[in-house]
Design a protein around this ligand. Sequence first.
Ligand code: AP5
Ligand code: MG
Ligand code: ZN
Length: 219
Amino acid sequence: MRIVLMGPPGAGKGTQAKRLMDQFQMAHLSSGDIFRAEKASGSELGKKLAEYMNAGALVPDEIVVSVMAKAITENRSGGGLLLDGFPRTVPQAQALDEQLAAAGKPLDAVAVITANDEIIVTRITGRWTCGQCGRIYHVTSLPSKTAGVCDDDGAALTQRSDDKEEVVRSRLAAYYKQTEPVIAYYRQRQANVIEVDGMQVPDAVAAQMGQALEELSGK
Ligand code: AP5
Ligand code: MG
Ligand code: ZN
């Protein structure tokens, strides 16, 4: 299956991606994770990405499309693809459509996770992520067994530099202005758009999304 996972910051895209990968055998390509790895490498591209990311603004389309097109081309997971955080603008969605059409591998579904702004701020400011395996925790709703340490591999948990409240508010504004129109774009193109209520507990979100995708794959 080839799926685009959408939703505002903190809706639970990364959290659900980890579960969906196990259920459907797909490669998880998170544009945010790819950009953070580039930032951490200290490269010139990483420095440029940081300017936008630290301000909670979207990275320009030309940069995003070239980095993500390369990541998709290099993906060798038998064709299964879970795109998390990309595309985030209509021009990015058009570029992705062209790339997938040229490869004869169109999208199967667009899954949108919804959540309201106040919950989002609480979730993001309490998020801790494993520096080793990427597992996502929350200080109150999904804590690790030992504070500051990953349950799976014992590595240290870290907080993202763009997870301060004022930056989250900018990320939300960018989402409503630039990313929500992508959902309308996919609807117009008759894509299978699935909407899941992200305000439920993670297991309920996963069950609802998994069921909707199973139905599609069985069609
Ligand atoms: P990116 O890394 O994609 O960040 P985001 O979209 O803001 O989303 P998050 O990763 O913050 O949230 P999430 O939905 O994955 O939630 P999570 O599962 O972690 O992008 C970062 C930046 O990179 C952007 O601002 C931009 O600058 C740039 N960028 C990236 N892609 C781009 C593109 N295509 N174009 C331009 N620029 C781009 O969950 C959050 C917290 O909530 C966790 O603590 C988790 O434990 C908790 N939680 C999750 N689900 C639940 C639940 N159901 N109940 C209770 N708690 C929950
Ligand atoms: Mg994420
Ligand atoms: Zn870990």
